[in-house]
Design a protein. Sequence first.
Length: 384
Amino acid sequence: MLKVLSFILTIYSVAVFTSCSRSSSDEQGRISAIADKVWAFSQSHQDGFTLDIRTMTEPSEGIAVNYAATKNSHSRNQLDKVVSHSLQHEGYVGGWYHAGSHLYYFNSTRLFAENALGEAFKFGKENEQHTVFILSTSTDIPLDGKVAQIVERGNVIVGTTGDYRPLSFYETATGEYWGFGIEIAQEIAKRLGVKISFVKTSWPTLSADVLAEPQTFDFAIGGITITDARKETMLMSEGYLANGKTILCRASDAERFKSLEDLDKPEVRVMVNPGGLNEKFANENLTHATKIVHPKNEEIPSLVAQGKADVMITEITEAPYYVKTDSRLAAPLLNTPFTHGEIGVLMRKGQDDLLQFVNASIQQMKKDGTLRKLHEKYNLVYAW
């Protein structure tokens, strides 16, 4: 009886071993088949990719962060290990071609929501990574840069003048800022996944405030024209609003001012705010006009309407607001501005990762329609 029982157990053990071996062999075959597909995919995606190996599709959104367990896995012979790890976790594989070594590198990857940078940074540090990758904007963000500092703080600090309707204005009654530029900043904060706070700056002190030590704010926004002079000492984003120099005058004088020459006369009183590009433009182009510098930009339209000055040098971004809200004013040269340029975000040098993030956010706002909707809300000309 014992011999019979022993024989039966032996047969059972052999059967179980054979079944497990077959199962293991089948699983390895499945892993290798998926790895072959990933390898084939990589040959036509040398710039890099993140692939859902369960469906062989590329996700278009998310923050991709690699696992340490598959670090330094390269070429086809190490791809099975990466695929196996991926199938046991989220099912994503990242890959790129390294031109220096002529090797393809692969990693098992985890995806986070795009407003979860904090979680992505934490996971990246735990897994010995140097960057995280935002899929929707194809942006690499370092774990030890300015963006990581802002995310860890949980708050982005923005400098703005608060005197430039409808781009940036501070309401003393409520203690709050509003405007087109303010909403751009809020959109950037949302994409960073942090809160936002505003710090008041001014046109005369703008550059000094950006460069101040210790740092006063992370970036400045609200009617700041992109210029070569600013880019020599600071960083400026790509444009999110088209602009150009124009004038505000009394509606009764609309036919009087049709050109720069009509302005550049001693009897014409031209009012500007100090320290910004409006004053610079007036000084360079209106050498004969009587120039008046007034410290508060937001008060100038009303002073022109009251007859305290004849003309305000302003931008095509600002002029329509005052024409719409004050029937005494006109902007006769609105469609033929003296200059053409763009408005962007200003920040100090050394924050290249933040500049990259801001630029990617602006590009995404152009792509998803957010920027156009904000232009329409504030009655601004959309130039993209």
